[in-house]
Design a protein. Structure first.
Length: 162
C-alpha cells in the first residue's frame, strides 16, 4: 500500500506540534501546576506578585511557542513550499525543494496525535507532522500503515484515531 499527500506548513500546524511536544515534558507540567497554585494564592491574598507569578508560569510557554512557531514558518525555507510525503512498506519518503529522503519505519520511535494532526517521531525532538486537513480521506490509510509497520508499544494515537 502507498499513500501520498502534501503538507503546507502553517503557524497553527507547527504550534499544535510544539504544544503537544512541550506539554509532555515534566518541567512544563510542573511549571503550569505551580502557576495554578500561585493563582489560588492570589485569590486568597490578593497580592499582586502571586498574580504576576501565576501569569508568568501559565502563559510564558504557550506564548513563546506561538512566537517560535511563527518565526520558524516564516524564516525556514523548508516550510515555504508544500512538502510531499509518500508512505509505503519501506518507510516515509519526504520530498521538498528538489530533494528526497526516505526514513525507514525502523527509525520511527513514536507515533502520537492531537485532534488536528498526527506526529511520527524519528528522534527525541524531530517528527513528521501530518495534519488531518492535509491528509483528507487518506487518514485511514495512513493510520493503517503506521499500525502495520510500527511496534504497537510505540503507537500512542488517541481520540479514536480519526
Amino acid at each position: 500500500m502507498e499513500v501520498c499527500f502534501d503538507v503546507k506548513m502553517t503557524v497553527s500546524k507547527l504550534y499544535d506540534f510544539n504544544l503537544q511536544h512541550s506539554y509532555k515534558k515534566p518541567i512544563s507540567i510542573i511549571a503550569t501546576a505551580i502557576g495554578v497554585v500561585f493563582g489560588f494564592m492570589f485569590i486568597n491574598s490578593l497580592k499582586w506578585y502571586y498574580l504576576a507569578a501565576a501569569l508568568l508560569l501559565i502563559l510564558y510557554l504557550p506564548i513563546s511557542l506561538l512566537r517560535s512557531s511563527a518565526m520558524k514558518v516564516h524564516m525556514i525555507d523548508f516550510f515555504k513550499e508544500p512538502v510531499s510525503y509518500l508512505l509505503n512498506d519501506e518507510g516515509i519518503t519526504v520530498s521538498a525543494q528538489g530533494e528526497t529522503q526516505t526514513v525507514p519505519w525502523s527509525e520511527c520511535t513514536k507515533a502520537c496525535n492531537t485532534r488536528q494532526s498526527y506526529f511520527i517521531y524519528t528522534g527525541k525532538n524531530s517528527a513528521f507532522i501530518f495534519p488531518k486537513a492535509d491528509m483528507g480521506d487518506k487518514t485511514g490509510d495512513v493510520l493503517m500503515l503506521i499500525n502495520t509497520h510500527m511496534d504497537p508499544s510505540k503507537v500512542k494515537i488517541k481520540f479514536g484515531g480519526l
